[in-house]
Design a protein around this ligand. Structure first.
Ligand code: SPV
Ligand code: MN
Length: 612
């Protein structure tokens, strides 16, 4: 390290930081080390470096760049993302883990000399707004300027905040190396590893570039935060935070958890509303109220099907000057193109497979699309015109309602309000969802995905659920909880809801917070009345909502629900779970059985429940 960089690291007055940096230097053997402060010059240096070293290329539009990950590095690698544990843990869910000593030895061998001839960047960030009781600190070391640049767009720089640690080790630590590069992408994918040491709050990630694998601050810090939250009695969740704009200028804050690629960002971006965050929220109780902050300050969003109709706000940001990093889509003549953008797409260019032409096939003979299903954009929230005025408030926003949802083609109804908080926790913990391109592996496989957080839960499932159940203690206002499903299909396999229908569900739920709408009780919770939806569809979407649509969407598929309850009973009978949760499972099962006996039907029209 040269004198200037040494001085920058010493000015933090933190021996723990210096030790980590020294250890990383000894292990990775970089040619050069650069410490990045919060100064404009340092941040610009990272942005430039990503261009100089070829990890990003400038596009025609001012501020736009393109980055490509390797062909086999296009999603989160679940199989090689592992917790390092020194003692056996009964997780209750599918979790990948490795014995700590063994894992550390293996990953150290992959890091050994991994930065030879490269530049090591040392960066400091805040997870959550700076100067806030919600926030955590993160030290990131990486040899990828793309990673360091993305983190700059997505998180709040916090070199100055690190000084306030007063020498304490109270920060998360992330070491990343893209490893040996070939044509600009990680070459040794078979040695891709992401190891998470929950005991030491340290994460090691090597031989990868896809942001979900490489950026310490995103899903890796999230796993550390979930453990910390469970120990300290708060919640770290896979949730958007948004302001829902009700009548007369009223703003009601909602959070919502959805598995990756299941409508979380698009809900937060519904026109007419304001966004605080689209992926990860920290929730704490302050003076008897649940408040939430976005631990990020940008969006790493899926670009597939973003167009001026479905996602007008994002589409505008992606087609206007401003700092945007595109990844894994098609570039032709310095312009970006992607599937579902509803524009003519050129028949050649460069994409995640290298030089691309229409009809190009992969080694298995499968057609390569112009952009990957998990191709993404990275931008700052303040580039968007719908950013909420409280997005950076250190005190967070008060949460009045929580949404849970999954990708479920045949069982759960579009929206239901829970009977109680405990029933809501049950609805969240029993979300099932079909797998998507956000993770490597098979798509479309139904999986239990509690709180849309299956991939990230870092404590036993029973502990995690208990933490949710207990969370209402001492609360003055208990938020309402809703389970949603945007993905119901008819017999022909066609989605039965439009993409914008979620705007109506949101506004109905917003009105319910103030008891402005009545609801109908069913065995699975409270559902909207037809007349209210009809009014809302006209008001919000200028759409005539027919009784036939209501019946098709809100009929209770009792047999399907009972099958789901059966799957849930099997999962939960094998794990240690709070009694209150087991009660909810039993009670919902009984309510469903009773309804089937009473109505003698597999599918019960929502109108039938009105007469009870
Ligand atoms: C997700 O997959 O849930 C994302 C993107 O938000 S990633 O960074 O891959 O986690
Ligand atoms: Mn996510």
């Amino acid at each position: 390290m040269d004198k200037i960089n040494l001085k920058k690291s010493e000015e933090l007055n933190n021996q723990y930081v210096i030790n980590e940096v020294q250890k990383a230097i000894q292990l990775c053997k970089p040619e050069k080390v650069t410490v990045i402060t919060d100064s404009k010059e340092d941040i610009a240096y990272v942005r430039e470096l990503a261009l100089i070293n070829g990890e990003e290329t400038k596009l025609k539009m001012e501020g736009h760049t393109i980055h490509f990950d390797g062909y086999y590095d296009q999603g989160r690698d679940k199989a090689h993302t592992r917790y390092l544990v020194s003692k056996d843990i009964d997780w209750g869910i599918e979790v990948e883990y490795t014995e700590k000593e063994k894992g550390l030895k293996e990953i150290h061998s992959f890091f050994d000399g991994s930065m030879k001839g490269k530049e090591m960047l040392v960066r400091f960030f805040s997870l959550g707004p700076t100067n806030s009781i919600f926030s955590l600190k993160a030290l990131q070391i990486t040899d990828s300027a793309y990673v360091a640049h993305s983190e700059d767009v997505l998180y709040r720089p916090a070199y100055e905040e690190f000084k306030k640690l007063n020498g304490s080790p109270d920060f998360f630590f992330f070491l990343h190396s893209a490893g040996r590069l070939e044509n600009g992408v990680s070459a040794e994918i078979d040695k891709r590893r992401i190891y998470i040491d929950l005991e030491e709050n340290k994460v090691y990630s090597v031989n990868n570039q896809y942001a979900g694998n490489s950026l310490g601050l995103k899903k890796l810090a999230f796993r550390l935060a979930i453990k910390k939250a469970n120990e300290e009695g708060w919640l770290a969740e896979h949730m958007f935070i948004m302001g829902v704009h009700g009548p007369n200028g009223r703003i009601t804050y909602f959070t919502g958890a959805y598995p990756s690629a299941c409508g979380k960002t698009s809900t937060a971006m519904i026109p007419g509303q304001t966004v605080v965050g689209d992926d990860i929220a920290y929730l704490k109780k302050i003076d008897g109220v649940i408040r939430a902050v976005n631990m990020e300050s940008g969006i790493f969003g899926i670009i597939h099907s973003v167009n001026s109709e479905n996602d007008p706000v994002i589409y505008q940001a992606l087609t206007s000057p401003g700092e945007v990093i595109f990844s894994n889509l098609l570039i032709n003549n310095g312009v970006s193109y992607w599937e579902g953008m509803k524009k003519d797409i050129p028949n050649k260019g460069s994409n995640f497979s290298g030089e691309w032409f229409e009809g190009k096939k992969d080694k298995q003979g499968k057609g390569i699309p112009c952009s990957h299903k998990n191709a993404r954009y990275t931008l700052r929230l303040n580039e968007l015109k719908n950013v909420d005025s409280k997005a950076n408030d250190p005190g967070g926003v008060p949460v009045k309602a929580i949404f849970y949802g999954g990708r479920d083609s045949d069982t759960t109804i579009p929206i239901v309000e829970s009977l109680t908080w405990a029933h809501g926790v049950f609805l969240g913990a029993t979300v099932e969802s079909e797998t998507t391109a956000a993770t490597l592996g098979l798509r479309g496989v139904r999986k239990h995905n509690p709180m849309a957080n299956l991939d990230f839960i870092s404590v036993p499932l029973g502990t995690y659920i208990e933490n949710h159940l207990k969370f209402t203690k001492d609360l003055k206002v208990i938020p309402k909880i809703y389970a949603t499903n945007y993905f119901l299909k008819d017999e022909a396999g066609k989605y039965i809801n439009g993409k914008m229908d979620k705007r109506v569900w949101l506004l109905w739920a917003e009105g319910r917070v103030y008891n402005e709408f009545e609801a109908v009780e069913t065995p699975v919770g409270l559902i909207p009345k037809y007349e209210d939806l009809k009014t809302l569809f006209i008001r919000e979407l200028n759409k005539d909502y027919t009784k036939t649509e209501y019946i098709q969407q809100f009929s209770l598929r009792v047999t399907k629900y009972l099958e789901k309850m059966e799957r849930m009973s099997k999962i939960f009978e094998n794990i240690e779970i709070p009694a209150a949760f087991t009660e909810e499972l039993k009670a919902q099962n009984e309510r469903l059985k009773l309804a089937r006996t009473k109505f003698k039907k597999d599918i019960i029209s929502p109108f039938q429940f009105l007469d009870i």
